[in-house]
Design a protein around this ligand. Structure first.
Ligand code: COA
Length: 294
């Protein structure tokens, strides 16, 4: 039985392997449920020093990827574990010890999302005195192709172009106040393995960007992920997010995806309402675990 696990910084050369591992850990049909390749792909927009702080990758003694942890919010850690090691307490204990050190240093948390279900990491968290956080994240999923409404006359939906960078970043900030996105980071994102220009969509009115949606393919014939999607506050409730996301559905289906997933906190009511209106259903809940108050 495997016992030795090591963590080392993610190099550019290994990024493709790690993204492929995340895809391979997803079920090939039905809903994906761990941290997905698209989540990591979106995180790879950051500069190397920030990536080193945010992305923690564990390997087994044979060089297989064993776990991927994304610490992309202060004090937080979202964890995906190779299904072969979901019940491995050696790996779970090593991951938790490492995260406790890192999250203590980062402050603001800590909250840790283990893979859903009764795995070793959840058991280790409970044994270490962590409790489930009441704020639940919904994992929403819908099959592809499936029905989508006819697109409205506006916006025009098309793929992102290099000349859009400044505007696209500005609309990200309008949709997600406090966003860390910069044109340079957008440029880096476009070089991430798995980024596909035809799945990076914008909605425009008079060539001004009003909405966006970036989609990431999952395993062949499996579930894709939307990360991120948003509409400028000045254009909401006019079908702009629906129009870009519906175009993402069409393109993903043409590329062989059989489903599409998205994660959002239950507290983000507009997003939950949007995804339900687009035919998504909640297939799983993700819970974060916090240290129990003394
Ligand atoms: C969620 C968000 C993308 C919706 O964008 P939008 O362009 O306004 O959405 P649409 O106009 O396409 O809405 C389609 C349907 O979704 C539902 N919906 C969207 N926003 C809603 C809201 N605030 N309240 C209730 N229902 C809402 C409605 O059913 C709506 O249809 P209707 O307007 O005919 O009732 C937008 O509010 C946003 O950018 N929020 C901040 C970023 C964010 O949370 N992104 C998603 C993260 S996963």
């Amino acid at each position: 039985m495997e016992t030795g696990f090591t963590r080392r910084r993610l190099t550019d050369r290994e990024a493709g392997t790690v993204l492929a591992s995340l895809r391979a850990w997803e079920p090939s049909a039905g809903c994906g449920w761990q941290l997905q390749a698209g989540d990591l792909g979106w995180a790879l927009r950051f500069e190397p020093a920030i990536r080193d702080e945010q992305i923690r990758v564990w390997w087994d003694a044979t060089g297989r990827c064993a776990a991927v942890i994304l610490c992309d919010q202060p004090g937080s850690a979202r964890c995906a574990v190779n299904p072969a090691y979901l019940h491995d307490s050696t790996l779970a204990d090593a991951v938790l010890a490492d995260l406790s050190r890192r999250l203590d240093r980062a402050g603001g948390g800590p909250w840790i999302d283990p893979p859903p279900g009764p795995g070793a990491l959840t058991r280790a968290l409970l044994a270490a005195g962590y409790e489930p956080d009441p704020d639940i994240w919904l994992h929403l999923w819908r099959p592809l192709p499936g029905a989508v409404a006819e697109p409205p006359a506006e916006p025009t939906v098309r793929a992102f172009r290099s000349a859009d960078a400044a505007q696209r970043v500005a609309v990200q900030h309008a949709a997600f106040p406090g966003s860390s996105l910069t044109p340079e980071r957008y440029q880096r994102l476009r070089a991430v393995p798995g980024y596909r220009a035809e799945l990076d969509l914008v909605g425009t009115v008079d060539d001004r960007i009003t909405a966006f949606c970036l989609a990431w393919l999952g395993p062949p014939g499996g579930t894709a992920l939307l990360e991120p999607a948003g509409t400028h506050p000045g254009h909401r409730r006019r079908g702009h997010a629906s129009a870009v996301i519906a175009e993402a559905f069409r393109r993903l289906a043409r590329l062989g995806a059989t489903g599409v997933a998205v994660l959002t906190p239950v507290s983000n009511r507009p997003a939950v309402a949007l995804y339900r209106a687009l035919g998504f259903t909640a297939v799983a809940e993700r819970r974060s675990y916090w240290p129990a108050p003394p």
